[in-house]
Design a protein. Structure first.
Length: 117
């Protein structure tokens, strides 16, 4: 991809996704541009990943169930992936967190590993 073409593509992507401090390969820039140019295809798409494992602490053995739900938010104000994380232990402990992924690297990583893109 020529320098001017890549600069124009970065300007387009930068209107929707945080590109600060990131260097993109040509194929990564094209992938991000695809996400930014067809919001209707992506907006609201959701995927949940769950796992269950055993751990140890000072009180002994416990079992933890974890769940992360990733939801794509795409629109005129930008492209982001919202993550809702929850964990529950068999001893009654529970926790949750909401994370908004807006950086280009995070979006490329999650789209590849979670949504299979």
């Amino acid at each position: 991809m020529e320098r001017k073409e890549k600069a124009a593509m970065r300007d387009f992507i930068g209107g929707f996704i945080d590109l600060s401090g990131v260097r993109l390969k040509d194929d990564e820039a094209k992938e991000l541009a695809e996400y930014c140019s067809d919001f209707d295809e992506w907006d609201g798409l959701s995927e949940t990943r769950s796992s269950r494992h055993t751990g140890w602490c000072s009180d002994g053995k416990y079992e933890r169930e974890e769940s992360s739900t990733y939801t794509i938010r795409a629109g005129g104000d930008g492209f982001s992936i919202e993550e809702h994380y929850e964990c529950h232990d068999d001893d009654g402990y529970s926790d949750s967190a909401d994370i908004s992924h807006t950086s280009a690297r995070d979006i490329l990583s999650i789209m590849g590993s979670i949504f299979g893109r």
